[in-house]
Design a binder for this molecule. Structure first.
Ligand code: ADP
Ligand code: MG
Length: 729
């Protein structure tokens, strides 16, 4: 073998686990590269410190003079740690994070007086040359430039020798061009709506924070092997490759002992996370070979989203030191499980109460039930939008593939809570009698903490499951920015809580009901209305698809069809009402996501065509020539008898020709389909055309290639095989 593949395999044969430098205890190093409370107290004047605190807690503006002082303190802190550059760090709609580094270093115009400088204006605002970030036409129609603005709710941090300042990215007319801006608006909406509802139960609540604990799944592939595959390099997944004889069927990888090379990578990564203040806690092997997972302690949502984006970047960088490549793609390999990113979500008050955790008194449990049932109602009303929030070309491979939730959104709540809801459904209309109330308090609302303790039924097939003290949105893709899903969840629940408050107030003011009577009455109606969204059974089954259709639940199997819900009249009105996005922003995002879909399929189509024709076909021909040579030799030696002796070889020669012909015609037809799709007028038409007329060729072409892989001599096969990608570690 003298191919790229064989070089790669030789390289991996001598790999040793990379030694990891031991750092101090986690609790000591945690956050030492973050401009956190401790650093701020040390490096900021009391006024500057107060200004940041008030901006974080109450969203107050920081004036220019104080910004100068904050910048000065931040610079001193960073310089003391050997930092040379700073950057505004943001999350444009490309899915990756973006940064443009500037040195602190400055001189006067004649090159004298060298000095390290960083002022309030550089901290607060920057104008990256942002014309090539996706904007869905916003910047063409409005104003050519975009700018980044400091988000003080997420602390600055040092990565390498660069001070990174988390920022939002908006156009000059104020339209959001990133993931963070709508998320911050959604978080503010849920704060307001949830705080209002909390005050029925506790007048001391002044702020409600949405919390997020994500779980990140990923694959590790040796970097030499990954680089030997053009499909992994360019698309993040394998577009072809015959499945390995051994895959995950023995179930020997899940929670198995972690290979040393990988463990050292994880330890190195965890050290970096500690320095950056990312509170990672768990690590383990996942189901597929070379698949792993890590999860942090949950945090406030904005910070958790930033930490996940930062983590994905850090994971790739640390992997380089260990000769690994991280695959975040939802389905890097056919035939074994793909990867997801569970988003555990809840709401917490500034008085320290988890609103989705049952409490100790009947009143706090009524509060729990109010938030619990309102969340179910929000999902029921907006199930299509929830589906849209997780729709990407890459996640399409996973949803409904019997390893991840289906493309149907439903809510799992477990047996005990199902019973509680059934009892609440029987509450009388209007004013409740004292006896009924006592009974409810003692036997229904009062019992919740006990029942949840032994609520162990966990349904892995549900896309949105209640897991004791939080909801878990499981259908989010492993490569996604969590902001997308979290913006939607928080927006729909905020809207629902707002409506709930209105209805309860109306019963109190107009019908003269007592507060708890009113709450019981409204919740009872919600339980009746939203039954269709609750599902406790096997989400992977065909029976559920049929049942869900009967219930009128949507089942969008592809991204172009799923995305449409983002711009439905209902969604646009929702975004406007909750101040999350105006219709220009929402429509721009729809356009951007369609374009991204098209581009991804387009790239995959090109790469597949290239590999099939320029790697697979030539290799097949080379092997076919060896066979032909062999048959010719047999004929020379045996004369007429060769037909019998060389029968198998002749069959192989024919089979190979058949697959080569298949590849050539299908690649040509696919190219033609791409051309036709490219000529369509709108982003919507193009995305649908790519989905319906280009993508179907992938499986057919792959099938021919994978069959050839089985026929051709392993020695001359140029593409690194599945068993090598999945079992080298
Ligand atoms: P699993 O779902 O894998 O069984 P756990 O239930 O222990 O594991 O928790 C999974 C994730 O849920 C963790 O990342 C954790 O930080 C997060 N989590 C726990 N409580 C909350 C909460 N109140 N809000 C948000 N996330 C939470
Ligand atoms: Mg989980």
């Amino acid at each position: 073998m003298s191919t790229f593949r064989s070089h790669a395999l030789q390289q991996t044969a001598t790999r040793k686990p990379v030694k990891v430098e031991e750092l101090d205890r986690k609790s000591i190093i945690f956050g030492s590269n973050v401009f956190n409370d401790k650093a701020m107290r040390q490096f900021l004047t009391p006024e500057a410190y107060k200004a940041v605190q008030s901006a974080v807690q109450h969203g107050t503006k920081i004036d220019r003079k104080l910004a100068d002082y904050i910048a000065m303190g931040m610079k001193e802190w960073a310089l003391a740690k050997g930092v040379t550059h700073y950057t505004h760090w943001f999350q444009p709609l490309t899915g990756a994070t973006a940064e443009k580094h500037d040195a602190f270093f400055e001189t006067s115009y004649d090159g004298t007086d060298p000095v390290e400088k960083f002022g309030g204006s550089q901290l607060v605002q920057q104008e990256p040359d942002a014309s090539s970030f996706p904007n869905g036409g916003i910047r063409n129609t409005f104003e050519a430039r975009g700018y980044t603005a400091w988000d003080p709710t997420s602390p600055a941090f040092i990565y390498g020798t660069t001070l990174c300042i988390p920022t939002v990215f908006v156009s000059y007319t104020g339209e959001a061009l990133d993931y963070k801006t709508p998320l911050l608006r959604a978080l503010s909406a849920i704060d307001e709506a949830a705080t209002d509802v909390c005050r029925y139960f506790d007048k001391n609540v002044k702020k409600v924070t949405a919390t997020l604990g994500w779980e990140q799944e990923y694959f590790l592939v040796d970097s030499a092997l990954a680089n030997s595959r053009p499909d992994i390099t360019l698309t993040g997944r394998t577009l072809l490759g015959h499945t390995s004889a051994k895959g995950q069927q023995l179930e020997d990888h899940y929670f198995g002992s972690i290979p040393t090379r990988v463990l050292n990578y994880m330890r190195d990564l965890e050290n970096e996370c500690m320095l950056l203040g990312i509170p990672v806690k768990t690590r383990h092997n996942e189901v597929a070979p070379n698949q792993f997972e890590l999860a942090p302690i949950f945090e406030e949502t904005n910070l958790a989203v930033d930490h996940n984006s930062l983590l994905m970047d850090v994971m790739q960088k640390v992997a380089e030191r260990h000769d690994f490549k991280v695959l975040f793609h939802e389905k890097p390999f056919k035939g074994v499980n793909g990867s997801g990113k569970h988003n555990n979500w809840s709401l917490a008050t500034d008085t320290g109460v988890n609103l989705l955790g049952p409490g100790k008194t009947p009143m706090s449990n009524l509060q729990f039930l109010a938030f619990f049932i309102n969340t179910i109602k929000a999902v029921y009303t907006n199930e299509e939008l929830m589906r849209a929030s997780i729709a990407t070309a890459t996640n399409d491979h996973r949803l409904g593939a019997n390893e991840a939730p289906p493309a149907i959104i439903s809510v799992f709540i477990g047996q005990q809570l199902t019973k509680v809801l059934a009892e609440l459904e029987g509450v009388s209309s209007g004013k409740l009698s004292p006896e009924e109330k006592t009974d409810l308090k003692l036997n229904v609302v009062g019992k919740i903490p006990d029942v949840l303790l032994d609520n162990t039924d966990r349904n892995r097939t549900s896309p949105f499951a209640f897991t004791g003290n939080k909801f878990e949105f499981r259908a989010v893709g492993s490569s996604a920015n969590c902001a997308n899903a979290m913006t939607i969840v928080n927006t729909i629940v905020a809207k629902q809580l707002k409506d709930f408050k209105k209805e309860v107030d109306a019963l109190i003011d107009e019908k003269g009901m007592k507060k708890d009577d009113a709450i019981f009455n409204v919740l009872r109606e919600y339980i009746k209305e939203t039954k269709a969204i609750l599902f406790e059974g096997d989400g992977y089954s065909d029976a559920w698809e049929q049942e869900a259709a009967k219930r009128g639940l949507s089942n969008f199997k592809t991204t172009p069809s799923a995305l449409k819900a983002k711009v439905s009249a209902q969604s646009l009105a929702l975004f406007e009402e909750m101040n999350v996005m105006n219709h220009v922003e929402a429509e721009a995002r729809y356009e951007i996501e369609l374009e991204e879909y098209t581009k991804k399929i387009q790239i995959e189509g090109r790469v597949l065509g290239d590999i099939a024709r320029n790697h697979v076909v030539p290799t097949a021909i080379r092997y076919q020539n060896i066979l032909i040579e062999n048959v010719r030799g047999l004929k020379e030696i045996f004369g007429k008898e060769f037909e019998n002796i060389g029968k198998e070889q002749i069959t192989l020669i024919r089979e190979i020709s058949g697959h080569i012909a298949g590849i050539n015609t299908k690649v040509e037809e696919m190219t033609e389909a791409r051309k036709n799709a490219n000529n369509l007028g709108s982003a919507e038409e193009m995305a649908h055309a790519y989905c319906d007329t280009v993508k179907p060729f992938f499986d057919v072409i792959r099938d021919h290639c994978d069959k050839l892989e089985l026929l051709v001599d392993d020695e001359i096969w140029t593409l690194t095989k599945y068993r090598e990608l999945l079992f080298t570690r």
